[in-house]
Design a protein around this ligand. Structure first.
Ligand code: SER
Length: 871
């Protein structure tokens, strides 16, 4: 069975069990403060488990792109070194949201593995939860009994909380789980040692395939468990591992999921896989990491210096490091692997194929800049070696690891080549400190909700209303960097929560009973929950509140949001269809739009885009807003959907002109484009390789911009005496200035010539040395330098010191003929360092010529005296 068949059979199997097949959520997570990347198939369903939202379908299955490189689930260091962990992997999953439970989950897992995939039953083992005293949980005898219907009791193992109680993160849905393991060892090995002793023992051939989680609890921030309203099933099977089990391979990398990339890498590196463990690790690291990188970039996450972008950057650096050290790549190479990968996944994850050129470009650019960093890291290490220490300090090794992306084994390798060791204890300490810091940072942002009214699901009414009478359903206090932050959730809300680039609404709550006022300073989404950030908690939660949004801000934001749609469409018309949104920010004062495009926009292109948008504004196009459009229907009608966005089955479609702009969008908009008033593009810059950024203003901001410009123009006109033709007048002014400067230059040249003649006549002969020491007037040090070089060309055995007061600043210049430098060992650089003390300054140069500046012109005569007495 090929990997594609394995994937398809999984989805078909659960379809036949009445599951709805849904697409993978993007790998990069938005709107969840506890997660940066999707780390399990269940993430996108978190709200269903917690009871924040009702599931539309109670049985669902999919294949989910996951990344485990940060937070609770982090496998990065193992990846490539072993043969069965990955940064990015596909998790095949089936879910029950309050529907079936253990009996069906176990029965179907067994049926799929043994009857569809036809795995060897004698190689299978299962585990169940043994219970945990601290959490007051009993052993999962229920699952154990069910398993006994399928597998002999001696193949059912009880395991502890670490392996058999699954939690998404430090907080969130969790429950006991039952894992299915497979023994891939040879017949002889299996006879020698019972496979069950190797389950959960990190044996490379006895591996976990599938995890069936029985979700029953929510882990709260105070670490206690709270029962969920319903019982759910969450299963996750590693596609890479099950394919390996079916294809009977020794390693996940030997399956058809990775071999394409490995063969490509063999071609471009000229090395072979499977001959040397060191290079094999590099092959595996690269084959794994390029998938993680490509899919994250395709889902909109660009490498950067913080957050999720930094995680991506670190993965790329790890891959480049291994390529550089073990496969001898000194030039970018990773980007060359994108093409094959994109076509391999074209059917199941088309987002990569659709953007392969962009993705390759981003990766290549990042490689180029890291190879540069790498070289500076290497020279940092070289400098360190020169200090003559016998061991590399742990802190330095950590800096190389953290800032320059050097894996620690590489630093050890380079150190060993110099007969040095690395202070590993110090390195581990610095690493542990960093981990503790980031853990503390993450923990600070989470806290538990306090329920005021239960059972009420939140409803957003802000498309139709700007105020509403609301009830508070829950509240929470978070401590962020020592400061308390208060959050509220309502039953209904007119407040728009930040999403799709549009900032959250601000506004005011007024208690209908006690008239207390609470400011809403921001509105944010947490998964699908609308969270109102307020300046204080109410005195009385149990009353109705009048909730009003700040209307002015909302209106200005709507202008900018609608203008963003108009400009997006204009960019595609002017630059081409390759333009895809890569980021956007819409607030009351401006709009910012990032999009894929490979070159700087020309002035003509910018003008054209502005012209089109302003035409669409002038045309007064009515907003056409359609809610609850089935996703497929919307796509068929030609809407622009964004890569890396998670869309539901029904979507909202915003159209401005049927043939002009049609987007899937949750934001707030103007009723008619004429309300935007005016559009002005104020900047066009680059944000990353292949990504351009424009900033623009609309409405009053744009009016203000034009008024300020006009005022500026009037000021200039006045300064120039209100000429009839301003441009001509400025051109004349520039021409006059140019010719005046030319004249000044001519006069200066003549002056220098005169000065030179004068100075030549003043040169004295002291014991065969042509000596000159004098204060002159000059307009800059370069002029004096030029003069001294001219004199040197005409006079031999020269020792000349010229000082000047240049607009109140002292300057010293010394020129010595080469033969005197040699014979007498005189050094202009040294002399100037001594003499510049007189003028409270400093300078330097070479033995034959040096210059210095300072701050005290009063010291110039002392310099001349020094020169006199030297001779
Ligand atoms: N959430 C579980 C896991 O990630 C099963 O899907 O292993």
């Amino acid at each position: 069975m090929t990997s594609t068949e394995v994937r398809n059979k999984f989805l078909e199997f659960f379809k036949s069990k009445e599951h709805r097949i849904v697409p993978s959520a993007p790998i990069v997570v938005k709107n969840d403060p506890t997660l940066m990347f999707t780390n399990a198939g269940m993430n996108q369903f978190k709200d269903y488990f917690l009871g924040n939202k009702a599931a539309k379908d109670v049985r669902v299955a999919d294949t989910q792109k996951c990344l485990r490189v940060s937070g609770k689930h982090n496998d990065l260091e193992e990846v490539g070194v072993d043969t069965y962990h990955h940064t990015m992997f596909e998790m095949l999953g089936n879910w029950s949201f309050g529907d079936y439970f253990k009996k069906e989950a176990i029965a179907w897992a067994w049926e799929l593995l043994t009857e569809v995939y036809k795995l060897d039953k004698t190689r299978l083992y299962v585990t169940v939860f043994e219970g945990d005293e601290a959490d007051n949980l009993l052993a999962d005898t229920e699952a154990e009994e069910i398993w006994k219907n399928y597998i002999s009791a001696d193949r059912i193992l009880r395991c502890n909380k670490k392996d058999n109680f699954w939690e998404m993160g430090d907080t969130g849905p969790c429950g006991a789980c039952s894992e299915i393991h497979y023994d891939l060892r040879s017949e002889t090995e299996r006879k020698e040692r019972d496979g069950k002793t190797l389950v959960n023992a990190d044996h490379p051939q006895v591996i976990e395939l599938w995890n069936l989680v029985f979700m029953e609890f929510n882990r709260k921030a105070d670490k206690t468990l709270e029962e969920l309203p319903d019982k759910h099933v969450d299963t996750g099977m590693g596609l890479e591992r099950v394919v390996r089990a079916i294809q009977l391979k020794n390693s996940n990398y030997d399956t058809d999921l990775f071999m394409n990339t490995i063969i490509e890498l063999e071609k471009i590196s000229g090395k072979n896989y499977g001959f040397d463990e060191k290079t094999d690790i590099a092959f595996r690291v690269i084959a794994d990491h390029i998938r993680a990188l490509s899919f994250c970039v395709a889902d909109g996450q660009l490498p950067s210096n913080g957050g999720a972008g930094y995680v991506i950057r670190r993965i790329l650096r790890r891959a480049v490091r291994y390529g550089y050290s073990y496969l001898c790549f000194e030039q970018p190479f990773l980007f060359k692997l994108v093409e094959k990968l994109a076509s391999q996944f074209a059917d199941i994850f088309p987002e990569l194929n659709a953007q392969k050129d962009f993705v390759a470009r981003v990766i290549e650019q990042e490689e180029v800049s890291f190879l540069r960093t790498l070289n500076s890291g290497l020279s940092r290490l070289e400098n360190y070696f020169e200090t003559g220490k016998s061991s590399v300090d742990g802190q330095v090794a950590f800096e190389l690891y953290d800032t320059f992306g050097f894996p620690i084994d590489l630093t050890q390798l380079i150190a060993a080549e110099r007969g040095m060791t690395v202070d590993m204890e110090g390195f581990q300490k610095a690493l542990a400190e960093q981990k503790a810091r980031s853990k503390a940072d993450a923990a600070k942002e989470t806290g538990d909700w306090n329920v005021v009214f239960d059972g009420e699901k939140e409803e957003f009414v802000g498309y139709d209303f700007t105020e509403a009478i609301i009830k508070i359903t829950r509240y929470r206090t978070l401590t962020v960097k020592g400061k308390e932050k208060y959050q509220l959730v309502f039953n209904v809300t007119p407040f728009y929560a930040e999403s799709g680039g549009q900032v959250g609404d601000t506004g005011l709550l007024t208690g209908t009973e006690n008239n207390e006022k609470i400011s809403v300073v921001d509105t944010q989404k947490e998964n699908d929950l609308i969270v109102h950030i307020v300046n204080k908690l109410p005195e009385n939660f149990h009353q109705n509140f009048e909730a009003k949004i700040n209307l002015q801000n909302r209106e200005n934001t709507a202008k900018n949001h609608s203008a963003t749609h108009l400009v997006h469409a204009a960019l595609r018309l002017v630059l081409g269809d390759h333009v895809a949104q890569k980021g956007s920010l819409v607030d009351p004062s401006k709009l910012r739009f990032d999009f894929s495009h490979f070159s700087k926009m020309t002035d003509e292109e910018i003008a054209k885009v502005e012209e089109i948008v302003n035409e669409k504004i002038a045309a007064g196009i009515e907003l056409d807003e359609k809610r609850n459009v089935p996703y497929d229907m919307a796509i068929q009608s030609g809407v622009t959907a964004l890569f890396g966005e998670k869309y539901g089955d029904v979507v909202r479609v915003i159209t401005f002109g049927n043939n002009y702009s049609k987007e899937l969008c949750g934001g707030t908009h103007v009723q008619n484009t004429s309300h935007i008033g005016r559009f002005k593009l104020v900047s066009e810059t680059s944000v990353a390789a292949g990504v351009r950024r424009i900033e623009a203003i609309t409405g009053d901001e744009a009016e203000r911009f034009y008024t300020e410009r006009l005022n500026l123009l009037s000021e200039v006109e006045q300064l120039l005496g209100n000429p009839s033709d301003l441009v001509k007048q400025v051109q004349q002014l520039l021409a006059d200035q140019k010719s005046a400067l030319k004249k000044i230059e001519m006069y200066e040249q003549a002056q220098v010539l005169g000065l030179k003649k004068e100075l030549m006549s003043e040169i004295e002969n002291r014991n065969g040395i042509h000596f000159l020491a004098k204060q002159i007037s000059a307009s800059n040090p370069a002029q004096i330098k030029d003069l001294l070089f001219q004199i040197r060309n005409e006079v031999d055995n020269l020792f000349a010191v010229l000082v000047a007061d240049i607009d109140g600043k002292p300057s010293i210049s010394i020129m010595i003929s080469d033969n005197l430098v040699k014979e007498k060992n005189w050094n202009a650089g040294q002399l100037i360092r001594d003499w510049s003390k007189h003028i409270k300054g400093g300078g330097g140069g070479q033995p034959f010529f040096a210059q210095a500046g300072g701050s005290d012109v009063g010291g110039l005569p002392a310099v001349i005296e020094n020169a006199q007495s030297l001779l």
